[in-house]
Design a protein around this ligand. Structure first.
Ligand code: XUL
Ligand code: MN
Length: 343
């Protein structure tokens, strides 16, 4: 089995099934139960938003003790924190995207809240900060100056890099939702920004499969491009039906070949050998009863590991034969047969 891989998910991946059109359909699990699920399903890492660790209103003087309690729950189970992501999209000060807000106080809030997330990250034992620009963009183009906004994003990133000289910032690009149009919609945008910061070596990306698909791009090429820059520092594997709302379906359940190609790219690059995480960002279907509302996690992991086996089984000589003859139809059938279990 593919031992170099270790897996993570976030507490929000086990959820009660509410959507924008209807209420919850399942009862909640406590944080301890979520951690127990992680252990039971063979996950080693937990991804966090800052307020998944401790509520946003815990005063500075009480933070250390509060985070230590959560860390103990991880330690007791042999789990570790993969990253902390500042949740910059729920507070009233984040309504217009705090990083690129026209309001200086709101921009300052984004920086202060994120510095606090850095402190939480260090206390819980990770140096990785994920920044998903949730509301950084606009519903109408005329309400912000885009060039000014990009400058604000750079100021924000530099402020965090300077605040703690050991952290890394992983930008997680997404083209839309909740915003009509988001700034920095693609991996390429995130990478270009990274080179303008005060420390490009500490700026990389987390690529979510569905976010690339929402852009009409192939996630495996996005991953390969980031790998080529030595900046693919995490992934959010999942799947997605077309250019619709963000679905966070279990990995490989919509387009198995597209999933195979992500696995193939990661496998060929030796992803995971330096501790990179195979992170999931998946949601259970709303129809799923409580008792079986964790299968989206176990299934995603199983499909990933099976695809690793498939990728390892494909004979490079045979591939080379087809590519040299430029018989791509032949190569296509070979791969398809592998995916159908016929090879
Ligand atoms: C949003 C999304 C987030 C980030 C973490 O689409 O994927 O959950 O992964 O903030
Ligand atoms: Mn994600």
């Amino acid at each position: 089995m593919a031992t170099q891989y270790r897996f993570s998910f976030g507490p929000w991946n086990i959820h009660e099934g509410a959507d924008p059109f209807g209420p919850t359909v399942r009862s909640s699990r406590s944080f301890a139960e979520i951690l127990d699920v992680a252990v039971k399903l063979g996950f080693q890492g937990i991804q966090f938003h800052d307020d998944d660790v401790i509520p946003a209103d815990v005063p500075a003087a009480r933070m250390e003790a509060a985070v230590a309690e959560v860390k103990k729950q991880l330690d007791d189970r042999g789990l570790v924190a993969e990253f902390v992501a500042p949740r910059l999209w729920e507070d009233p000060r984040t309504v217009d995207g705090p990083v690129t807000s026209n309001n200086a106080e709101e921009r300052q809030y984004a920086i202060e809240r994120s510095k606090r997330a850095v402190d939480i990250a260090r206390m819980i034992g990770t140096k990785d900060i994920v920044w998903w620009p949730a509301r950084e963009g606009t519903y109408i183009r005329e309400c912000k100056n885009a060039q000014t906004s990009f400058g604000y994003v750079l100021d924000y990133t530099n402020a965090l890099l300077e605040y703690d000289r050991e952290i890394r910032i992983l930008g997680e690009a997404k083209p839309n939702e909740p915003m009509d149009l988001m700034y920095l919609p693609s991996t390429g945008h995130m990478l270009a920004l990274s080179y303008k910061t005060v420390d490009p070596n500490r700026c990389g990306v987390l690529i979510e499969s569905a976010h690339a698909i929402l852009l009409g791009l192939d996630p495996s090429d996005e991953m390969a491009y980031a790998l080529w820059h030595n900046k693919l520092w995490s992934v959010h594997l999942n799947d997605q039906n077309g250019l619709k709302y963000d679905q966070d379906k279990a990995f490989g359940t919509v387009d198995l070949r597209r999933a195979f190609n992500q696995v193939r790219v990661l496998e060929q690059a030796g992803y995971g050998k330096n501790g990179e995480w195979v992170g999931l960002d998946v949601k259970a279907m709303r129809t799923q009863p409580f008792e079986v509302a964790t299968k989206h996690l176990s299934n995603s992991k199983e499909i990933f590991l099976q695809l690793v086996e498939v990728a390892r089984k494909v004979d490079p000589q045979e591939v080379q034969g087809f590519t040299q003859a430029r018989d791509y139809e032949g190569l296509e059938l070979l791969i398809t047969k592998h995916l159908m279990g016929l090879r």
